[in-house]
Design a protein around this ligand. Structure first.
Ligand code: FAD
Length: 490
């Protein structure tokens, strides 16, 4: 058995398609209800072990095959949207089950900026103070144009909250810290790990109420009265609803977390660099950790290296950013390779978000499953937090005012998508526009590139961005009627 090879969690259903390279096999092991993977060399000695593992997994899958469970509200996906929605529902008195395909919460990933609108939502969820005490507000962004050498410093949005007297502004939080803060608010066993949704079917019961059957990859079925798809950009629930596939923006992002053994000495401010079809930057999270990103025009080469952190880093430091200022290169060279990723930037067409079917009966979507967007204005997670608050408030209001016992879920979800669709469609469009203009246009047409760069250098920072930031001050409001402790039935 080797432990040096990375371990992948293979869902039970892929048992017979396990990756095999140079005689190395990845296996899943079930140990006291805990699923883990094992890497085995395909030697003669290991064959009996392999056989036993395969047999046990087959038996485990058979046991679960066709097993039917009933749940009131099921949230598919334990990311920021899924956990925030579970917390919001809990605060208005509904209990939800969260299905997460991985065996634990996503521990990796880097940091995200949370703008004032996210802090208003986190306040409604009751978790803002856990994070504001340990994360400072950023007040300044320094932007360097790599072609002209010009540097502009701009103030970031910040105000005093008239209600509580706290300062509200943009703070950078590590994803895992945010996920942990949300998960702590949930009763134990809310999140069911290693539970991947593979398909959905609708059923109508004898009393004409509807349930949705969720088929999981371990063969089990969950019948739910309400289903909320928070399963990210490649959402199975969004596909089932008939929403269009996210579009590729033609741009990609490499992003990482750098760890210094001693104080890095950078000022606590956002640094950004703009070049020919490039936008990059770094943000110190504390005296030892720095988050960095590098947005650029996609190339076919990146697919080949996207699974290797070493090659991603080499491509950034030795090629894409080789002529960047030394500060950026110093940061990139300190990257913790377990916290480095690269991928294409996708978004859903804004008109599909506004007019597409984001709800059908008792099924809806939230977060990236509803409105995947490019990260150019840092609003994906902020919008997901808003979704959570609005969704729980709408369901709660529909439940409180219901006259028809069967219709209130559908009414609540309709109210939710109607309240959200225009705002998030606008944010998706704003993010795409900002990204295209910031990077000086990524098209192959020279005139388009020149026009967007002219607009960026003369108009974007002076006139457009100050207006765009206004919308980050929108407060999605609270959860409605007094926060409850009990559990309501759907
Ligand atoms: C480079 C980059 C920088 C960004 N920066 C910012 C920023 O600064 N500020 C900001 O607000 N946003 C930012 N974003 C956007 C933000 O990361 C996303 O909008 C946010 O993570 C969306 O959360 P989510 O829960 O909707 O989706 P995800 O985080 O993708 O979570 C989906 C979850 O569902 C699970 N899942 C998927 N399919 C299934 C299934 N079939 N069954 C069960 N579980 C399933 C996944 O395992 C995952 O845990 C950035 C994005 C990128 C790429």
């Amino acid at each position: 058995m080797t432990s040096s090879t990375p371990h992948y969690l293979c869902p039970v259903s892929t048992l017979f398609h396990l990756p095999c390279k140079g005689g190395i096999y990845n296996y899943i092991r079930i140990k006291e209800n805990h699923v883990e993977t094992t890497t085995l060399k395909d030697t003669k000695e290991q064959k009996p072990v392999k056989k036993r593992l395969v047999l046990r997994l087959f038996q485990a899958k058979k046991q679960k095959m066709g097993m039917v469970e009933n749940e009131e509200i099921v949230i598919v996906g334990g990311g920021i949207a899924g956990l925030a929605t579970a917390v919001a529902l809990k605060r208005v008195g509904f209990q939800a089950r969260v299905l997460e395909r991985h065996h634990e919460l996503r521990a990796g990933g880097t940091a995200i900026s949370l703008a004032p609108n996210a802090w208003f939502a986190l306040r409604a969820l009751g978790v803002d103070r856990k994070l504001t005490s340990t994360h400072q507000i950023f007040t300044k962004v320094v932007v360097t144009n790599l072609e002209t050498g010009d540097t502009q410093a701009m103030a970031m949005p910040m105000k005093k909250d008239s209600f509580r007297g706290d300062d509200i502004g943009v703070r950078y939080v590590q994803r895992k810290t945010l996920l942990k803060a949300l998960a702590e608010e949930l009763p134990p066993d809310t999140i069911r790990f290693s539970s991947k949704l593979i398909s959905i079917k609708n059923e109508t019961l004898r009393d004409s109420s509807k349930v949705t059957a969720l088929h999981l990859d371990d063969g089990s079925i969950i019948k739910a009265k309400v289903v909320i798809g928070c399963d990210g950009v490649h959402s199975t629930v969004a596909q089932w609803l008939g929403l269009s596939q996210p579009l590729n923006s033609g741009r990609s992002a490499a992003y990482g977390l750098s760890v210094f053994s001693e104080d890095h000495g950078f000022e606590m401010q956002v640094r950004q660099y703009l070049g020919d079809s490039i936008r990059a930057g770094f943000i110190p999270l504390n005296s030892k950790e720095v988050y960095w990103f590098f947005f650029h025009k996609s190339s076919s080469f990146e697919q080949e290296i996207s699974m290797s952190p070493e090659l991603i880093l080499k491509e950034v430091t030795d090629n894409l950013a080789k002529d960047f200022p030394s500060d950026f290169l110093t940061v990139a060279k300190h990257t913790d390779l377990s916290n480095l990723a690269w991928g294409p930037l996708r978004f859903r067409a804004p008109w599909n978000v506004a007019f597409g079917r984001t709800q059908n009966g008792n099924v809806t979507v939230a977060g990236d499953a509803m409105h995947p967007m490019t990260p150019d204005i840092g609003q994906g997670a902020c919008s997901a937090l808003e979704d959570a608050v609005v969704l729980a408030r709408c369901l709660n209001q529909a439940h409180t005012t219901a006259t028809d016992n069967r219709q209130w879920v559908e009414n609540g979800l309709k109210r939710y998508v109607n309240e959200r669709r225009w705002r998030v469609a606008g944010v998706v469009a704003g993010a795409w526009l900002s990204g295209t203009v910031h990077q000086g246009g990524c098209g192959d047409q020279q005139w388009w590139s020149r026009a967007t760069r002219w607009f960026r250098d003369r108009c974007l920072y002076k006139f457009v961005l100050p207006k765009l930031v206004d919308f980050v001050w929108t407060d999605c409001g609270d959860l409605g009627s007094p926060v409850t402790q009990g559990v309501k039935s759907t």
